[in-house]
Ligand binder design. Structure first.
Ligand SMILES: [Zn+2]
Length: 278
């Protein structure tokens, strides 16, 4: 790992940049509106990780992962399950404009991967996968499935992956920064960081809490009982350490998470009633 000083010297020698200002350049952004659930937190994104670059990288990785699944005959193998997941996701996606209008124009994609793993994720730009293991092991109701997919969509709406990559850069993942500045290795490095953030590192407590709240509101607006989030995450918690990084609990306690979810669900019940009466 290069120290900041070494990095500075190296960059200066390369004639690329003589100031650490560029390395630390972070912009305060507001990725979503607050919604009824009241999301209020200023996020800081590195100028070296654009939303567009990360979405492009995600699209490539998604295509590659789907290709691997297809080659292993593990892509959308159960038509009824795929229809169910795509139907629920579609209703949630239709509500994303409430939090950020541009998301309705994203190139969303939803697929089911046949795997025993209990997993689901949404990559930057709306590339969703639900693993059949999640459905077989949790046996979720439609509303519970909406809770988990809504949670994943929320991570993408809040650009949590970009925020995590930004934090890694700010924390001095020096080689990546150097590569990003010099250009040659930038794409490969961004790809590696995205993979780590999506599939290796657990989300922070803050990110999980935000995804829970937005997920609950998306579900309610789409006509799914928002209270199902409580039972869904209880079922998830009961799986314990069989969970993937995405579902490792970073909350202080399951009870606290249940309370927060129940509180949020109560707040969006009117939205659920409205959606049901339409
Ligand atoms: Zn999460």
């Amino acid at each position: 790992m290069l120290s900041r000083l070494t990095l500075k010297r190296t960059l200066a020698r390369l004639g690329v940049v003589a100031s650490l200002g560029l390395l630390g350049a972070c912009a305060a952004v507001s990725t979503t509106s607050t919604g009824t659930v009241g999301i209020q937190r200023t996020q800081y994104m590195s100028s070296l990780v654009s939303e567009q670059a990360l979405q492009q990288e995600a699209a490539q990785q998604y295509t590659s992962l789907l290709g691997q699944a297809r080659a292993q005959k593990a892509l959308d193998t159960d038509p009824a399950m795929t229809r169910r997941v795509q139907g629920i996701a579609g209703k949630l996606i239709a509500q994303t404009g409430v939090f950020r209008p541009d998301a309705t124009g994203w190139n969303w994609a939803v697929h089911v991967i046949n795997s025993d793993e209990v997993n689901a994720w949404c990559m930057p730009g709306g590339k969703i996968a639900v693993y059949s293991g999640l459905i077989r092991q949790l046996k979720p109701t439609d509303a519970e499935l909406a809770a988990v997919i809504g949670h994943e969509i929320a991570h993408a709406l809040r650009e949590h992956a970009r925020e995590q990559v930004s934090q890694q850069m700010a924390a001095g993942v020096g080689l990546s920064v150097l590569a990003a500045v010099t250009g040659s290795q930038a794409t490969a490095d961004l790809g590696q960081q995205l993979t780590e953030v999506m599939f290796t590192l657990p989300n922070s407590r803050t990110h999980e809490a935000e995804a829970d709240l937005i997920g609950v509101e998306l579900a309610a607006r789409a006509g799914y009982d928002p209270r199902a989030a409580v039972t869904l995450w209880q079922k998830m918690g009961a799986l314990g350490d069989r969970s993937t990084p995405e579902f490792l609990s970073t909350h202080p306690s399951p009870a606290s998470r249940s309370n927060d979810l129940a509180e949020a669900a109560a707040r969006v019940m009117p939205l659920y009633e409205q959606a049901r009466s339409r």
